[in-house]
Design a binder for this molecule. Structure first.
Ligand SMILES: Nc1ncnc2c1ncn2[C@@H]1O[C@H](COP(=O)(O)OP(=O)(O)OP(=O)(O)O)[C@@H](O)[C@H]1O
Length: 240
């Protein structure tokens, strides 16, 4: 059974609909990647899923339960966690304080999760007393992802986790995302670095104009000449 099943989602800002029937489904052990041109509705899909926008039509089922239009704090309790693209760390707080903030909903001990986050992101352990705002962009992104892991989510939502990063950090963040998934966390991410992200996707979704245009495994989408031509900036065998 799918861990997440969004079906025919319509949502937008104010009166204007941006999503016109988006459907996304992934299993518990999968990495799902949403790609598409600017303004396609990729980030809006994550916001509609995470209760940050009102869904006017369609449904979202998570782990067999209808969570359509459920508030974010309730979703965190149910096993979802979201890393927005911007303003995702507290810059004046230390790395470790950021991680502790991520555990705000927990009433139990969370020390083991701080250790697990340092296991995923060793540079953060070295810098645990430094203000997050002093770190490089890639390391700040590690803090943001680490903070989201503190609630031990079953599904982690990432909005463009490699935006603005150098190729080296992009590769490092993607490697870490694969490791987090291998540890049992489902991932759904929006990515502009489409080719690289589809390379690690179990499920890929190409959105355009608030609709699904193509859906398949990452490998299928990368091999589809029409996807490559229209959405990946070149032929199926082109490389960035
Ligand atoms: N807060 C907002 N209020 C009104 N319109 C918005 C808001 N945020 C986004 N939009 C509009 O919704 C549409 C889809 O935006 P969205 O951020 O989902 O696109 P995207 O596919 O993630 O692309 P991008 O890579 O440009 O972020 C765009 O036309 C955008 O202008």
């Amino acid at each position: 059974m799918a861990l997440l099943e969004m079906t025919g989602i319509h949502a937008g800002y104010g009166g204007a609909n941006i999503l016109n029937g988006v459907s996304i489904a992934i299993d518990a052990d999968q990495i799902g990647v949403i790609v598409g041109p600017n303004g396609a509705g990729k980030s809006t899909t994550l916001k509609a899923l995470f209760g940050l926008l009102t869904v006017s039509e369609g449904s979202t089922v998570f782990d067999g339960r209808d969570i359509t239009n459920t508030a974010p704090e309730r979703l965190v309790e149910q096993g979802l966690s979201f890393v927005p693209q911007e303003f995702n760390v507290f810059p004046t707080m230390s790395v470790e304080e950021n991680l502790e903030m991520g555990a705000y909903v927990r009433r139990d001990s969370y020390r083991h999760m701080i250790d697990q986050v340092y296991g995923f992101f060793p540079p953060l352990k070295e810098k645990r007393r430094q203000p997050a705002g002093e770190l490089s962009g890639g390391q700040r992104q590690m803090v943001a992802i680490g903070r989201a892991l503190m609630t031990e989510p079953r599904l982690l939502l990432l909005d463009e986790p490699t935006a603005g990063l150098s190729p080296r950090y992009m590769g490092e963040i993607f490697d870490r995302i694969v490791a987090i998934n291998a540890a049992g966390v489902g991932i759904l991410m929006v990515e502009q670095n489409a080719r690289q992200a589809l390379g690690l996707a179990h499920r890929g979704f190409v959105l355009a104009g608030g609709h699904n245009r193509f859906t398949g495994t990452g490998a299928e989408l990368l091999a589809d000449p029409e996807v490559a031509r229209s959405f990946l900036g070149g032929g199926a065998d082109a490389h960035d």
